[in-house]
Design a protein around this ligand. Structure first.
Ligand SMILES: Nc1nc2c(c(=O)[nH]1)N[C@H]1C(S)=C(S)[C@@H](COP(=O)(O)OP(=O)(O)OC[C@H]3O[C@@H](n4cnc5c(=O)[nH]c(N)nc54)[C@H](O)[C@@H]3O)O[C@H]1N2
Ligand SMILES: Nc1nc2c(c(=O)[nH]1)N[C@H]1C(S)=C(S)[C@@H](COP(=O)(O)OP(=O)(O)OC[C@H]3O[C@@H](n4cnc5c(=O)[nH]c(N)nc54)[C@H](O)[C@@H]3O)O[C@H]1N2
Ligand code: SF4
Ligand SMILES: [Mo]
Length: 732
């Protein structure tokens, strides 16, 4: 008997439908069994009727109740009483916390202006209301600095848009129809597991699955073939594939003529990319590249799944832009099961104005800070603050130091844990340690970031509040109903911002609307035809509703300026880029990297979701401890043995991890599955110590996997504790 069946017929159990809020393409629908007498959630499982969830949650969210009812859940507002970072706090009442925060913010705004207040948030919840719903209203009304939310996807997203015009693509369900599937820079079984049943269905019909990844991940092991590739070189591989496809006349001349722009200049461009050249860059043998190109052009339908892993490099935007040309070149979009998928988020053409109320800015245009430069943003040095301004394209210029604006004097963090997830961690922690910085953190747990707060405010989880969640890996919008009452004194983010707004005297009616009214009015305000099927009533009744959509690009109709798939992009030329597909080398691509330094990739750990599940003991035990996977060829000359503690460092910082020797990784590359809380990592520092704060080529995105490091063993001292010799910190 399934868990669902066990509860369905019990009169004392209420079943509530909701949706997973986590930053994951699958946006699963779930059901929660709640004890009617005690109001306590008893169990949670995947919604059986949701076409993607198919009754199964991932191993992390299957443990969601352990997270919700965790003994360390924050249940009361806390005020700092020790030094910053010490984690020493005392409980205070909501009244006191709200009044004091409002007073401090008013003071800061009075002295420095509203831009001295910086919101910092990401996708701790992807809910549209508890995410940016009330928060944007609040910060727009205030005129606070704006935040460019670049930490995850901006580079690839922007590159994809230049080529195809919108972040739409192949439906996950239609992968079942493909006969060739390239899982390119994505660890599907870990970060997008609900695609897998469709991949398997395709295989049962004879499809072949190829994983292109520097690491032989569990996905690569489950695939038919693994093509190991050097990080940051995918653009070169795609160019060589196009060289073969065009020169061997394997392209779809009819589709190209009718639905693409710039084929002749592309033909000329790829002449510079024979497979032999790409082989020296990518590490993939020329013959293998030829075979891949021929297979891709001749097996139909051919599907490509790229994910955000491959764009966390200096040339990440261009890589995605280049790969996105492939389906049009071979006419893959013609058939169901052919095409490419990065994200489906562009299929939801929401009008966010009724929710975020940009009109509350009243004509003001506050500066925009790039979130990946938090360390610089918090600096008191105006030159560094200028660096933190968002300048997403080559034609954008960062301001001069005199124009950097006021220092950040107040930081309000919600739905994010920047002390652990942001690049250049040393600078971030330095900034958070400033005694003159007033920091408020809305959280479920006492995270690394919360340790630096002046006030920590307890927030509700998805089990305790209403929300609407927009997926980025399929086309079903989901409504989340609360299943239980808030734990302790926890409040939804929306309510916390509502109370802060009231205390600051923001008296617009939009700060008094309740959550259900906000969501209903937002849904009802949508007029785009894609939302024809999406009514509030349908959401309430079913919990998830499919958008009104059809197969994209079978007949062209790309939402680019030309209406075609743009091999040549005039918009790119105007923005300061090469208008044709090219390879932009990653920052870490230097001759010396092979010899002395290793390339550090810190992609998602299977049992974590960013840092949101490190608190759940059972999942933490599965991950063990911060580990560094290293090829024996790289370990041996460094004297690194299996299970030994190693130091990983570069000019930005250092971290300690336990070495795991494996041949399932390209020599020259090391893998640190992420992301651990700092305080659960040796020395209180995680791998983001070694990640540079520099932007990738497009959208101001982060370069998490474009990192060069030195790696050396740490000697165990006489007490059996690992200690690094100080010489390890100097560059060799
Ligand atoms: N279990 C789990 N699921 C998650 C997350 C998590 O932390 N844990 N995080 C969620 C979030 S926020 C996101 S954005 C997505 C993340 O999704 P992605 O960032 O796409 O991460 P993965 O799908 O793990 O794909 C990363 C893969 O890309 C490979 N890779 C790295 N650099 C390159 C490269 O240059 N070229 C190629 N070809 N491959 C490369 C890595 O080795 C890794 O196997 O997943 C979401 N899902
Ligand atoms: N080295 C390395 N670093 C990375 C990555 C990597 O692959 N490697 N991945 C990067 C990527 S892709 C991303 S997206 C970022 C993710 O970075 P973040 O978006 O900061 O993700 P989390 O670390 O999971 O932190 C989210 C926090 O929000 C809290 N939260 C969740 N729901 C709510 C809510 O309703 N209210 C409030 N107030 N809080 C809530 C959670 O408790 C959690 O502490 O990390 C990036 N950092
Ligand atoms: S994290 Fe992803 S796979 Fe897991 S339940 Fe949530 S949406 Fe589904
Ligand atoms: Mo992400």
């Amino acid at each position: 008997m399934s868990r669902r069946e066990a509860y369905t017929n019990r009169e004392d159990v209420l079943i509530v439908t909701g949706v997973c809020p986590h930053d994951c393409p699958d946006t699963c629908a779930w059901q929660v069994a709640v004890d009617r007498r005690t109001g306590r959630a008893l169990d949670i499982w995947g919604h059986p009727d949701h076409p993607l969830t198919q009754g199964r949650l991932c191993g992390k969210v299957d443990r969601y109740l352990e997270r919700v009812y965790h003994p360390d859940r924050l249940t009361t507002p806390l005020k700092r009483c020790g030094p910053k970072g010490s984690g020493w706090f005392e409980p205070v009442s909501w009244e006191e916390a709200i009044a004091d925060i409002a007073a401090r913010l008013s003071d800061i705004i009075g002295t420095y202006g509203p831009e001295a207040v910086l919101p910092y948030s990401y996708a701790g919840t992807m809910g549209l209301l508890q995410g940016e719903g009330m928060a944007q209203r609040f910060f727009n009304r205030m005129g606070a600095s704006r935040l460019a939310r670049t930490i995850c996807s901006e580079a690839g997203f922007t590159g994809y848009l230049y080529t195809l015009g919108a972040a739409v693509g192949l439906e996950p369900e239609s992968f079942a129809r493909a006969r060739l599937i390239l899982l390119w820079g994505t660890n599907t079984l870990t970060s997008n597991m609900h695609l897998w049943p469709f991949v398997q269905a395709a295989r049962r019909q004879g499809a072949k699955v190829i994983a292109i990844d520097p690491i032989r991940t569990r996905t690569a092991r489950a695939a038919d073939e693994w093509i190991p590739i050097r990080p940051g070189t995918d653009g070169a591989l795609a160019l060589a594939m196009m060289h073969v496809i065009i020169n061997e006349e394997l392209y779809d001349a009819d589709y190209v003529a009718r639905h693409t722009l710039g084929f002749e200049p592309l033909r000329e461009r790829v002449q510079a990319w024979p497979p032999e050249r790409a082989a020296t860059i990518t590490g993939v043998p020329a013959e293998r590249i030829r075979r891949l190109a021929r297979e891709y052009a001749t097996v139909r339908p051919a599907a490509i799944r790229i994910n955000y892993g491959m764009q966390r490099h200096a040339g990440g935007g261009m890589a995605v832009r280049t790969i996105a040309c492939l389906p049009a070149l071979v006419g893959a979009w013609r058939e169901e099961g052919g095409g490419i998928l990065l994200s489906t988020s562009g299929a939801f053409p929401f009008d966010f104005r009724p929710l975020h109320r940009p009109d509350l800015l009243g004509g003001r245009s506050p500066r925009t800070i790039n979130m990946i430069r938090l360390g610089d943003a918090l600096s008191l040095d105006p030159a560094r603050r200028a660096l933190a301004h968002h300048a997403p394209r080559p034609v954008d210029r960062k301001p001069a130091p005199e124009e950097a604006g006021p220092p950040v004097m107040a930081l309000i963090v919600y739905n994010s844990n920047p002390a652990a997830v942001a690049p250049n961690q040393r600078a971030v922690l330095e900034g958070l340690s400033r005694e003159d910085l007033f920091t408020v953190v809305l959280e479920h747990f006492q995270t690394d970031t919360a340790d630096y707060a002046d006030y920590v405010l307890p927030a509700t989880t998805q089990l305790e509040h209403w929300d609407l969640v927009k997926p980025y890996g399929h086309y079903y919008l989901g409504l989340n109903r609360p299943a239980i009452d808030p734990l302790g004194q926890a409040l939804p983010n929306s309510e916390i911002f509502r109370r802060l707004a009231a205390a600051l005297g923001y008296d617009e009616a939009c700060f008094r609307q309740d959550d259900v009214t906000i969501l209903r009015e937002f849904v009802e305000a949508q007029t785009h035809p894609a939302f024809e099927s999406v009514t509030w009533e349908a959401l309430l009744e079913r919990g998830f509703v499919r958008l009104n959509l059809s197969l994209p690009f079978a007949e062209g109709n790309f939402p680019t300026p030309s209406g075609k798939c743009e091999f040549y992009s005039e918009r790119m030329a105007q923005d300061g880029y090469d208008p044709l597909p090219t390879w932009t080398p990653p920052a870490a691509f230097q001759a010396e990297w092979e010899a002395e330094t290793l390339w550090c990739v810190s992609s998602p750990a299977h049992s974590f979701l960013n840092t949101s599940f490190t608190i759940v003991e059972r999942l933490r035990r599965r991950e063990g401890e911060p580990r560094l996977y290293i090829h024996p060829q790289d370990a041996e000359p460094r004297g690194i043995a299996e299970g030994q503690m190693v130091q990983v460092w570069n000019e930005y910082g250092s971290a300690e991890l336990r070495a795991v020797l494996t041949e399932d990784i390209l020599p020259g590359v090391v893998w640190a599955p992420s992301t651990w809380w700092n305080k659960l990592s040796p020395g209180g520092r995680n791998i983001n110590q070694v990640v540079a704060p520099d932007e990738s080529d497009m959208g101001g995105g982060a370069r998490f996997y474009d990192v060069r490091v030195w790696v050396a063993p740490i000697a165990a001292d006489s007490h059996g504790e690992a200690t690094a010799s100080s010489s390890l910190y100097t560059k060799t």
